[in-house]
Design a protein around this ligand. Sequence first.
Ligand code: DMJ
Length: 629
Amino acid sequence: KKWKQLSRLQRSIILFLFAFLAVCGVISLTSMGEPWKSLTNKSLDEQRTESEVPGLKLANPAVLPAPQKADANIGDYPELSPQKQPKLPHVRRSPSNLQIKPPRRDVRLKTRHATSRVVEEPFQADKEEKMEKSVISWRGAVIEPDQNTEPPSSKIKEPEKPSSVEAEGQKEPVPINERQMAVIEAFRHAWKGYKDFAWGHDELKPLSKSYSEWFGLGLTLVDALDTMWILGLKEEFEEARKWVASDLVFDKNVDVNLFESTIRILGGLLSTYHLSGDSLFLEKAKDIGNRLMPAFKTPSKIPYSDVNIGRGTAHPPRWTSDSTVAEVTSIQLEFRELSRLTGDEKFQKAVDEVMKHVHMLSGKNDGLVPMFINTNSGQFTHLGVYTLGARADSYYEYLLKQWIQGGKKENELLEDYMRAIEGVKKHLLQRSQPKKLTFVGELAHGHFSAKMDHLVCFLPGTLALGAHNGLTTDHMKLAEALIETCYQMYAQVETGLSPEIVHFNLHAQKGHKDVEIKPADRHNLLRPETVESLFYMYRFTGDKKYQDWGWEILQNFNKYTRVPTGGYTSINNVQNPSNPEPRDKMESFFLGETLKYMFLLFSDDIDLINLDKYVFNTEAHPLPIWVPA
Ligand code: DMJ
């Protein structure tokens, strides 16, 4: 009514005022510009992370970006072209000073092994860090200045994301050689057996054409994923990926061993994620990682050996409340990487706490650790027995590898490693007769035993890796001596395959070799350790004899362990070439480790898993070095 009573002029003035105010409003909203826009453009993931982990910051931010989480497309997988034939491969052995970035989709189409890429500019933080350097030395080990910085905090800021820096320095694909082709053939034969008789189950029983179950999680398939990627087996990889997508389910009422499922499943998923860039594998890694966390809920924070991943409960073995030292100290590379990728610090915190605790613990003998640790008291148990073999082995391996993974900054890890190698030299090294082979024995309550597990043959490779990373050249000399011994553990045996355990002769006796084998120890489980060390030795020295030794071993695996209908089997008697007594089991590490290290050993391409950019976990799954050399 009132509006109608107004004159035309009055109405026009009011309308004009409204219009004017509306225009002013639009202009001021627009001028808020970028802040407004960027807030709404942030991914849900980023906003969630910020609210869940407020203010967390990686003290040493990783320069290696995590592969792209979206758009992962296994159709981009590099083509295998085994028929393309040989240009002479060239060897390049100088460590690169470049940083890595994950394969880009367009790049991967061009190269067969797109496992790493280089970018030029280091992060500013890294540059600044390098300006404040100091030197440390440890009993003769001189650590290069830029390797010594403050220990990193365990706090983690944000999940790693793809770098925006463009890839540079693409190289020509290196052709596959004949020996690598033989490894591919062996893998395909093993895979055929697994596919035909054990698909989706833990382990193949190649003779009975069936399978065995350990965790019921497709262990062989998951362990072999990154091997297929590295060998360029596109079809097999895609098929396995489909199984992971549809059938790998962790919500199961099943007890798994923390260590074994970490190194094989979590490690395998993480490395496959890095190599392929396919987010499926990261999602699965997060799932299993979370389900393993109840293991750390113990009075001492030293984890239990077993976890029920469906129920979220954990417990020690039935007969003891002890855990194995190697097991609780060889899950760190994987959990630390999971924290880096997810931005969730809880994984790293849990495993770092274990390392800090073990670092402080008494009961060591010149850096050598006992084999057991109690989950209630947190103390070592069964004191006085020291070995580099079963139950202690990978403790030593992971000291060095965590130090490398974290950019050579965590000095306690290095100290413990260097001290332990001194302990090995002081208490466990001896020479055999008649060939004077240097070997690593065991010490039990002051008594030396000339017993050496095949498992100890990881040590030459680890020593060589340390020397490559700036530790004393004495370690390289010891590595050279020990790898010769590990080779002799094969060469002096009738089948040319090593037994599980050997005893060395300390006194020369007519007609006796260096290596003696007890009846209970003469099985061979297709283990990787010697081939693993041969790979490191060849990478770092270029000495072809290491390739030749590995080639002999592969041929002997083919001769004595290959099952015609598919698969390879562990054997009971390496001393009987006419009947090695097949055990009817192919361990998952034969595909996860042994054949992978064989393939890498025969390669002259140092960028095929560049050791300045990746560190292998103890199950041969390559994980990125956070601050590559
Ligand atoms: C693998 O599971 C790992 O290499 C572990 O560190 C030791 N045992 C087997 C292989 O021998």
